[in-house]
Each structure stands twice: as structure tokens, then as C-alpha cells.
Design a protein around this ligand. Sequence first.
Ligand code: URP
Ligand code: ZN
Ligand code: ZN
Length: 460
Amino acid sequence: MSLLIKNGEIVTASERYIADIFCEGETITRIDKHIAAPKGAEVIDAQGKFVFPGFIDPHVHIYLPFMGSSSKDNYVTGSRAALVGGTTTLIEMCCPARKDDALEGFELWMKQAAGKSACDFSFHMGVARFDEKTEKQLREIVKRGISSFKIFLAYKGAFGVDDTELYRTLKLAKELGVIVTAHCENETLITERSRELIAAGKTDPGQHHESRPPAVEAEGVHHLMSFAELTGAATYIVHLSCKEALDQAIAARQRGVRVTIETLIQYLTLDKTDAEKPNFEGAKYVMSPPLRDRRNQEVLWNGLRDGLIQTVATDHAPFDFKGQKSMGKNDFTKIPNGIPSLEERIKLLYTYGVKTGKIDLHTFVNAASTQVAKTFDLFPRKGTIQPGADADLVVFDPNYRGKISVKTQSMNLDYSAFEGWKVEGRPSEVTVRGQVAVRNGKFVGEHGHGKFLQRKPSHF
Ligand code: URP
Ligand code: ZN
Ligand code: ZN
């Protein structure tokens, strides 16, 4: 099986040039001008289009039992949506609850994906409890190819750890060279403020923000940074949403704390007023940390441009508006948290970031692919275009014009948070290890082709 992508403009995190890409089997084997197609090779003409390395979403929930419900996508719908959107690898949060066994959780999450995913995948291993048995299991899970943990400072009782567990998890991570990804919000403040708001009859979705304002997130980041400073562990702040939290992370980085920062496409494009929409529409926009005041968007875009923020993810967590978000009709604390966007991240980042001049093409590729691969031990197999790398390629048509709609999305969901939004450009052809998974914007991939990616820790 061979594949030739001709005449495209190759864009990586550091280079931009026109050339042909030849792939044999699963691998890129040659990049040159005017490569002649061998007999039997599939040829894709990318004239007038960009060719990007396959995008990697470092923060996805596909299987997520959460807040009395379970997320709507599975690996059939989720990996299809990822690929149509140009994401060829996703890293899912494996989130067993505190009461669950970690190893059984890992195996359960693996079972959801293996044989079903059309894109490649890995997991961040959730640590919801830290005791002797869990520690042994975490060591075993790392041997099985996982090089990142996930901890929640919020959601105590479900996934959240206490400070002793946080400290011990970070110590273990440091010993094993594992990077620890963390949801940073102060749980006590959220619980107390939510209780006060509900008691005062403030139950609508807009109150979600008031229950966890920027100071709640900034405190969570500061908390994690103190523990990281004293353990020396490498950390990764997931879904950073605001200036106050960014300031804490940057101050820690300047003291020598090892921290990588992720923001989300939602925080770059949506804001707090979306969650204040009347008639409970705001529930579609409830996630944690909450969408922020619009002034934060400039801070996040500039942080991305200047390299203060390294990655852009989705935190895809799909809950239907009708059957699931509606559970919080009279109490915002019961609205399942999440704004799905696995399918839309790349189009939105390109349209509202690159096309508006907020970030350049290289920053775009870096934040959505290369830096993710580097941080999570997938580089250079993933995250770039060079001989020897996996043939994960996105032929991107910058002349496409369209609109986002629930009617045309692949995600298994009854709404789109971006309904009617214009996009300029889209992935037209997408390959996963040499196999075409999207042609002319339509999914043609194979469920089961997606592989679990073994990763080796490097953050010693
Ligand atoms: O609102 C969110 N972020 N939902 C998904 C779970 C999480 O906190 O990442
Ligand atoms: Zn989170
Ligand atoms: Zn998440």
C-alpha cells in the first residue's frame, strides 16, 4: 500500500514549503519535489492546499460516567468526529471513580477503544485515590505504555484527590518520569459558593460561573504549583481559562516549576455571556472551569502567540441538551459539565486564530499537534512531517467556506455550541498511518484501524 500526496504546501511547526510526500505502508518515506507515482499508488492532489501533520487532541472524554449520566459519544462516533475534524490521534482521560479499582478502570477504558477507534489513541491515567494497591497498579499501567497521569483538584468524592494523595502521586510521577495533568479548581470554594447560590434561589446556568470565578481556578493552579515545586514533578495544567490562573502558572514557571499549559478552543472563542442565554439555552455552555469574561480571550490568544501557553485542546465531553443538560433545569450544579468540540477544534482555531492574524500557521500546528506530541512522548512518530514519521496527514483546503451545524456534525449530540458559526477552511483529506480516513470532507475510515499508542515516560 502506497500513497502520494502531490503539490501541497507542507506546514510544520517550523517549516513551510511545497513538495510531494510519499508514504509506504504506515510511514512517510520520502519528501521531495516531483515524485513520480509508482504503479498502484493512491494519489491525492493537494494543489492549492496545506498539508499539516495529523492533529492531536490531548484532552478528550469519550467514555465518561459523570454527574449522574454518561457522555454520549463512543469510539465509533467519537473517532469519526475527530477524523472529520483533522484529529488523527486523541488522548482520552481514563477516569475511574475514587471507589473504583485503577487497573480495572484502565482495562475498561481500553476495551471501549480497542477494535472500534478509527483514529489512534492513548490515555492519561486518572488517579482518583492513592494507596498501596493503586500505587502498584499505576506502576503496572506505566509499563503497559502510559506516560501521563490525570488528577482532579475538583470533583471530590467522585474523582478528586486529597492533598496527601496529590503529594504522593506527584512523587511517584517524578520517580517514573510521568507527567501529571491536572484539573485545577478549589473544591471547597466551589461547594460553599454553590450551596450559597442555590439557597439564594440563584439556580440558572449563568450562576455556574459565580460558583467558580477566576479566583477559584487561580487558587487551584497555585496549589498544584506549590506541590510541583516541592516534588519536582512535571505538570500539565488542563483547560486553563483565565488571566488570574495564567499569572499563577507563569509565576511558578519563573521559579523553576515544570509546567506546561493547555487552553481550550472554547475559551478562545466563547465567553460567559453564552452561559447566560435565556430559556436554559445557557446550559449548553456549562463546563468547568466556566467560560470567562471576554477580556480573557485576548490574554489567552496572546499567551499562545508568545509561547506562554503551549497547547489547545477540546476537553470534549458530550452531553445532550434535552436528556442530560436538562437534569439541571432547577439547579445549575446538576447540569453535566462539558462543551463538545472534538470535531471543530481545528477549523475554529484556523478560522478565528490564523485567519484573524492572532496566531501564525506554525503556532497553530505547534499548539494542536507538535507540542502535544512532544509533551506526551509521541514525537517524532507523531506531530510532524518527516521521513520515518507515521503517515498521519491532513490536507487542508483554505478555500472552503461553510457553517457549523448540528445537522451536519458527526458527534453524537443533539446540539452544537457553535451552531451557525462560519468556518474558513477545513480538512479535506485525512490519513491515519497511510490509510485515507477522510475524503472530500467525508469519513471513509475504518473502525478498528486506530491503534493504542505505547508511550514511554521522559519527564524525569
Ligand atoms: O466541564 C468539563 N470540563 N467537563 C469534563 C470533565 C472535566 O473537568 O474535564
Ligand atoms: Zn477538568
Ligand atoms: Zn476533561
